[in-house]
Design a protein around this ligand. Sequence first.
Ligand code: AMP
Length: 214
Amino acid sequence: MKLVLIGAPGAGKGTQARKLLQKYDLAYIATGDILREEVAQNTDLGRQVQEIMHTGGLVSDQLIIQIVGHRIQKEDCKHGFILDGFPRTVVQAQELEKLAGALDAAIYLQVSDAVLLQRLCGRQTCSHCGATYHQTALPPQVNGICDECGHPLMQRKDDTVEAGSVRLATFHSQSAPLEAYYAEKGHLITVDGLQDADTVFHDIEQGIERLIAN
Ligand code: AMP
């Protein structure tokens, strides 16, 4: 099965991806994680993308398509994959189809901008397993420590009001057209991302079942 998760930053894509992975045997590919790792390792690629990432813009289509193209050829993708954070433009979506064929579903998590900004600004992410928390709305049991794996939590450099606002604007201008793109192809599942995470997941499961049955 080939799934993509679409949604503005803070919409809950990572959380839902982790739930999907518990149910389906799929590879998980988060382009933001791949790029952050390159930045952390201070590679040529990392140095090339760090400024644009920290300020909330998108790295070039060409670069990210090349990265995803390599990644989906790996053995762990043979039963399919969940892509989180890719595609982010219609050009990326078109290239993905050339690389991997038609998708089974594009899951769009809808959340209003005001809520997204609140979520982003207090967000804390586990440095090891990627679980996310929120300073006030969803604090960990022990301050600064991941409930799931015990590793330290960190705040992403782009989870600030400034970068967050740019990322939301970027989402609306570059990524929102993906909704119409996938709707036209009959692959779109739109879910209300304001609901609690389990209800969101339930709606996603139902949407996938509906698409598979058709
Ligand atoms: P994310 O973790 O998905 O929020 O991604 C963090 C940052 O990585 C984004 O704000 C972009 O700068 C960059 N990035 C991740 N995925 C893509 C993509 N598909 N296209 C362009 N830039 C991306």
